[in-house]
Design a protein around this ligand. Structure first.
Ligand code: SF4
Length: 90
């Protein structure tokens, strides 16, 4: 099972071209809101792939969707500040 990146509003990211076009992303960070570790601003823009990106790994084990470092949500949404908006702690 893969978790799709359903939407990403971080348009300043080099992988964002009408949404995320990285083959897979890693969610990480130690802040209150998990951040996308794949976010980068380079003098390049990844072309559109035509396929939804997926969550390849997630470091945030306290999230309810995290199972052995794998995201089990059907999909996630990423905010304009590259945070995982689907992050849930019960
Ligand atoms: S929903 Fe939870 S487990 Fe899935 S990527 Fe976001 S923080 Fe990680």
């Amino acid at each position: 099972m893969t978790t799709a990146v359903r939407s990403c509003a971080a348009t300043s990211c080099s992988f964002n071209h009408d949404g995320c076009n990285a083959l897979a992303i890693t969610i990480a960070g130690a802040e209150a809101q998990p951040t996308c570790g794949t976010f980068v601003q380079l003098d390049a823009r990844r072309p559109m792939t035509g396929e939804a990106s997926s969550v390849g790994a997630c470091h945030r084990m306290e999230c309810s969707y995290n199972s052995d470092l794998v995201c089990t949500a059907e999909g996630i949404e990423v905010t304009d500040t590259a945070n995982c908006a689907t992050y849930t702690v019960s």
